[in-house]
Write a protein that binds this ligand. Sequence first.
Ligand code: SF4
Length: 218
Amino acid sequence: MTTTTRLATKPASGWRTSAACQGVDLETLFSDKPGTQDRVASICRGCPVRLTCLDDALRYEGDSYMRWGVVGGLTTIQRRALRCEALLGNRPNLAQARQLASPVWASRMMPLRQRGLSPQEMAVEVRKHDVIVSAVTVRLAVWWAGGKGGIVPRRQPGDSRHTWELVRDECRDIVLRLRGLGVGNRDLAAYLLVSEDALGRAVTAWRKAEGVQEVAAA
Ligand code: SF4
């Protein structure tokens, strides 16, 4: 159920009458607490109109929709990441994501998640099953299935770098690109799925190393 829908005083109509979150109190639906958002997202996992709910939000709600609760099965952080993906020209195929997040695909997708593959790497694996899919679609499917879907390259065996060091070493180009598109630190951290502290430490390291005056503003 979208923010707009929740604020409406008239009874739900159309696809909203099938929303699994009907009856959930507004304080829970609008919560900005990660634990509460995770609980609502788990309700969305069984919602028959999840695709329509997210599609509706992406079509008709502006940036404000990112501030509140869970929409279409995505937490605030995930929607911020999806906005960054859109700025990069990456838009998920919602129907494909629903298919990949389904129980039918669970046995194929779960091992890939357990191996810590990135959405890009998972997309390559999925194509071996004759399904052409984009990385952002895989990322959405992972979120819908309850996974993290981070994009910072995973550590190889013997790699003892901290997360901020991985960001520093592996993510500078994409951070600068998004920063050039006007993305702030909070959304950058959401896109990478790291803490703002980790992002900030990486930015500080870049500044020190290259004398950059302002890579990412607070
Ligand atoms: S997907 Fe989630 S937020 Fe949207 S209608 Fe269903 S239960 Fe509600």
